[in-house]
Design a protein around this ligand. Structure first.
Ligand code: XIL
Length: 365
């Protein structure tokens, strides 16, 4: 079938025609193998409840060569009380990944969200450093030598906060000061010298003025860290994409990724999805627009040798955080991910497949 016609088919027809239902999910193309042939990893975020669903795990294992815990390793999950850690959800995730020989990303050691209530109530400038380093040391040591990469610091940049080098006015900045970032990396490196320590942030992809400013601030931060020999080895670009800013262009992103390459950092696309709340209700039209955004973004980033992994933020629309965090005004479910709620591949899946296929393996080293 001509590719354009193929891509214009509705999701349902696409699933039925491209990947006969009798053959699903084992006979649809496996992104993990395709990615491997291009020296890339493909994967997703997962929750423990998803890992317990027998209808879902075969698809996950077919498609993914890297996994990240959606919430299981955040402070609120691992450190529910000041004197008590709870590693059961994180252990379950890590054990699942290990038992299937899939590299696991740790997410995250330091964020302004998803913290336990006791932390806000307890933290002071006097105790902050010890709370912070104790947490990082404990969590990272537990999974020593078992984590592919840690998102050590998540979302620290907020360019509107001009007084502090564009650092977000988080509880960490307020109580420790700007050095909390390097403290986090140095503490994590001491606890596990093998994990690839990563800085992770969002809205640094398009050419919009706000994303351009944020990208600049992130680059400045990374340069400062490297100059100070902070043990950072990768940048995570969350890549929660949307199109309320017109069709995005990626000129700034291309320049940025060249600068990142000079810093010798790897790049992971860590949380890819497309928020469709400003797109038409009509499903074939919406899926097409979502898929086009995936393709144009991935075609751009995959040209850069530093980009080593692509992870979506969950695999199936059924599980996307956007259903709760960015609900559509018309009440229809969002369709942000490569698989629909019934786990059928959508045009976004085809975009990922084609974008990876189109990369020249000789160019990517
Ligand atoms: C989200 C999870 O998907 C939700 O389940 C949770 O309630 C809030 O966090 N950026 C991040 C992720 O770095 O950790 C967020 O995950 C999505 C935005």
């Amino acid at each position: 079938m001509h590719r354009r016609n193929f891509l214009q088919l509705s999701a349902a027809t696409l699933a039925a025609s491209a990947f006969p239902s009798s053959a699903r999910p084992t006979e649809i193309p496996h992104l993990r193998d395709l990615a491997k042939s291009k020296s890339l990893l493909f994967g997703t975020a997962v929750s423990d409840s998803q890992l317990r669903r027998p209808d879902f795990t075969p698809l996950l294992l077919d498609q993914c060569s890297i996994l990240v815990a959606e919430n299981q390793m955040k402070w609120r999950a691992t450190h529910p009380e000041q004197d008590r850690f709870d590693f059961s959800p994180a252990d379950f995730f890590m054990d699942f990944a290990a038992s299937h020989n899939i590299p696991a990303r740790g997410h995250n050691l330091c964020w302004h969200e998803h913290n336990p209530a006791w932390l806000d109530a307890t933290i002071t400038p006097q105790n902050a450093v010890s709370l912070f380093t104790h947490h990082i040391q404990t969590v990272v040591s537990r999974y020593k030598s078992r984590v592919h990469s840690w998102d050590v610091v998540n979302e620290a940049i907020e360019p509107a906060h001009k007084n502090h080098l564009g650092l977000r006015n988080s509880l960490w900045l307020q109580n420790i000061g700007e050095d909390y970032i390097e403290l986090a990396f140095r503490t994590a490196a001491k606890a596990d010298p093998t994990a690839i320590l990563t800085y992770n942030d969002y809205d640094i992809e398009t050419d919009s003025p706000s994303q351009t400013a944020k990208r600049e601030a992130v680059l400045d931060l990374l340069r400062r860290l490297i100059k100070k020999h902070v043990p950072i080895r990768a940048l995570g670009m969350q890549s929660h994409l949307r199109t309320n800013e017109g069709t995005p262009t990626w000129n700034g992103l291309n320049k940025f990724l060249k600068e990142i390459e000079k810093l010798k950092l790897q790049v992971y696309i860590t949380e890819l999805d497309v928020d469709d709340q400003f797109m038409p209700a009509d499903i074939p039209k919406r899926d097409r627009q979502v898929a086009d955004l995936y393709r144009s973004f991935l075609d751009t980033v995959l040209r850069h040798n530093s980009v080593k992994a692509v992870l979506t933020w969950c695999l199936s629309d059924r599980d996307s955080w956007l259903q709760n965090f960015r609900p559509r005004k018309d009440g229809l479910p969002q369709r942000p991910l490569p698989f629909d709620a019934e786990l059928n591949p959508k045009p976004a899946f085809v975009s990922i497949r084609d974008a990876i296929t189109a990369q020249d393996v000789y160019y990517r080293r």
